[in-house]
Design a protein around this ligand. Structure first.
Ligand SMILES: Cc1cc2nc3c(=O)[nH]c(=O)nc-3n(C[C@H](O)[C@H](O)[C@H](O)COP(=O)(O)OP(=O)(O)OC[C@H]3O[C@@H](n4cnc5c(N)ncnc54)[C@H](O)[C@@H]3O)c2cc1C
Length: 283
């Protein structure tokens, strides 16, 4: 039976915060489709040091701009520039933050130049500017539990890696990560009681892959342990897994994070509302 795990607090409000302007200090291709961008800047001075795996918004320059035009501060919050100059917004994850060097790492899946964020990350060079708001998302990202399930694709890998690094040494659980092939695997630091299994999609389209659901549904789920499940990735896979763990294992909002990070063939502008509707369904 799943005892209720620690409560997930409401997302932090970022409405009145103005984004920070940061600068690229390093850009490295860590696997064939993962670009690690290290950001720095004076404006990271009060960035929290416990936000590993948390959500961030990044603000990217438009095609005619060298750097994004960030909002000014008004009495009721940020005042954004007109649509033509308003930065392009995407959601990413705090992979790692070092408060001493004031360096913040963000891992971008690079999937071609069609997506503005993927394009920006592919071509980013030291000195390039990017806006950043947050961190936000559930706090804590993982509720307390006796057994953890973490499952996701490459977009969730930065969060999964960051969460694993900070887990208590005696944590137990199972992690499934779906990537295209062996070359996308990364060495992960994790407690010895956590088993990490990589799943290879090969040529299957992300929205048609059932690898995560198949793996989780064949798992021998521990009886009588308080469980917390964390699921992130492509829309179809996240919804299928979310519905499975709710139906088969009775998980609910108190012990389940299930957020679709992207939807195949939809850009973020088109998918944004749908994602929020899906997240509101989780009670
Ligand atoms: C809370 C949260 C945290 C996230 N953290 C991360 C993170 O740390 N790293 C990360 O890489 N992503 C992360 N994402 C996902 C990221 O926001 C989306 O993938 C986003 O759509 C990328 O923007 P884009 O401008 O590159 O592409 P868009 O302009 O949004 O989309 C253009 C086209 O590319 C497709 N596409 C989008 N993403 C991918 C992908 N990953 N692989 C293949 N095709 C894709 C779209 O379906 C569309 O057809 C996160 C999302 C959320 C909600």
């Amino acid at each position: 039976m799943n005892a209720p795990a620690a409560m997930i607090a409401a997302p932090k409000k970022t409405k009145k915060q103005t984004p920070r302007m940061l600068e690229v200090v390093r850009s490295e291709r860590i696997t064939p489709h993962m670009q690690r961008i290290t950001l720095s800047g004076e404006q990271l001075v009060n960035f929290p040091d416990d936000a590993h795996g948390a959500h961030i918004k990044v603000f990217l320059p438009r095609a005619h701009q060298r750097e994004p035009q960030l909002p000014t501060v008004g009495p009721d919050g940020p005042i954004w520039p007109d649509a033509n100059d308003k930065p392009i917004t995407r959601t990413y994850t705090v992979r790692r933050f070092d408060p001493v060097s004031r360096e913040l790492e963000v891992d971008f899946v690079v999937h071609g130049d069609e997506g503005p964020a993927s394009r920006w990350a592919t071509h980013a060079a030291p000195g390039d500017k990017i806006g950043l708001a947050g961190p936000g998302g559930p706090k804590p990202m993982l509720g307390e539990a006796q057994w953890y399930l973490l499952a996701g694709d490459m977009t969730a890998l930065p969060a999964i890696s960051a969460l694993l690094e900070k887990m208590p040494a005696d944590a137990h659980g199972q992690v499934f990560i779906e990537v295209s092939d062996e070359q996308e695997c990364q060495p992960l630091a994790h407690p010895s009681g956590i088993t990490v299994t990589w799943l290879y999609r090969r040529v299957t389209a992300p929205c048609e892959s059932t690898l995560l659901l198949d793996a989780v549904s064949h798992l021998s789920w521990p009886a009588d342990l308080a469980t917390f499940a964390w699921i992130g990735g492509e829309n179809s896979a996240v919804l299928a897994l979310r519905d499975y763990v709710r139906r088969a294992h009775g998980l609910s909002k108190a012990n389940l994070y299930a957020v679709p990070y992207w939807k195949d063939t939809y850009n973020e502008e088109r998918y944004h509302q749908e994602r929020h509707r899906i997240m509101d369904e989780l009670e």
